[in-house]
Design a protein around this ligand. Sequence first.
Ligand code: ZN
Ligand code: ZN
Length: 393
Amino acid sequence: MSSKDWIEKDYYAVLGVEKSASSDEIKKLYRKLARESHPDHNPGDPKAEERFKAVSEAYAVLGEEKKRREYDEMRSLFGSGAFRRNARTGGQPGGMPFDVSDLFGGAAGGTGTRFGGGGFTDLFSSIFSGGGAGPARARGPARGRDVEAEVALDFEDAVRGVTLPLTLRAPGICDTCHGNGAKPGTQPVACPVCQGAGVTTRNQGSFSFSEPCRNCQGVGTIVEEKCPECHGTGGVTKTRTLNVRFPAGVADGQRIRLAGRGEPGERGGPAGDLFVHVKVRPDELFGRSGDDLTLTVPITFAEAVLGTDLRVPTLDGTVTLRVPAGTPSGRVLRARGKGVVRKDGRAGDLLVTLDVVVPAKVSDEARAALEAFAEQTPPAAREHLDARVRRFS
Ligand SMILES: [Zn+2]
Ligand SMILES: [Zn+2]
């Protein structure tokens, strides 16, 4: 069964059911029709045999949920859709070459993969995006495509802002042939099969079916002598470098839009945008929390108890922070204005988390001093826990 059968044959009419019929209705009608037309019941009747075959073929598609969906989708696209309208208006599908047999391959093979996602419809919308009227060269301006790129920034560059050259590789129009794919000095000629229409039409009874011309892949022209630069495709991969300014305080995961720096437009259309996805490499010392920088500073138990002055690094210098006597572990000290400085002059803070460290080993003298200290220290406030512990003892 070819995919063209799918376009041309109305399996619903063969079974005499509505397009909205349930699978049960379809099954019932199929059984009835198959019984009636079965060759065993109609010996020597070629019409019945033909009918039996047609009914079986229809049921093979409509009786299977997945195939039925593909069939519906295909017919809605081709039956009322773009191809026919295009052919009538004499329009030419846009310049994107594609292989029709390839397009149909999925359906004919019954795998249905091409119809599963958005690919099929997308392909068509892009092929016919130029509209039905007029040949390709008369089509209006088209906006260039958006381009996505990813850049990894050093932590400090992201905090301070930086300008970096960004090299982009993107498909572009071949300069040698200006995109028509023909060797310089030659011109593409109208396709002899479709006379430049890009579509071919076949009549089948009272219906006419149009499909993209196989000879020119729907372009309407063919190239006799190929451009040596692009080998007839009209496109080349172009490399361009632009300087991208990353503002101070740009964050990991942020996306920067550079209007008009995407792919150039066609026929005078505006260029697309460039979207740069920012990755920020972690710093050895500092972390980020919005516009605040974070830093963890280990202190001794004695420093926490007695208090001390701490000199800690900032991104561009140092700052001295007062640790008051009796500071608990985990306390966060704030150095105002030592965080990320924004363009408007506002700045985040440096948040310093104090981490009281416990030595794994102490000297004999330290141990003795600690034991003396312990004797002078009231026990930790654990009464609220002790009450619960007693329940289980
Ligand atoms: Zn070329
Ligand atoms: Zn053609």
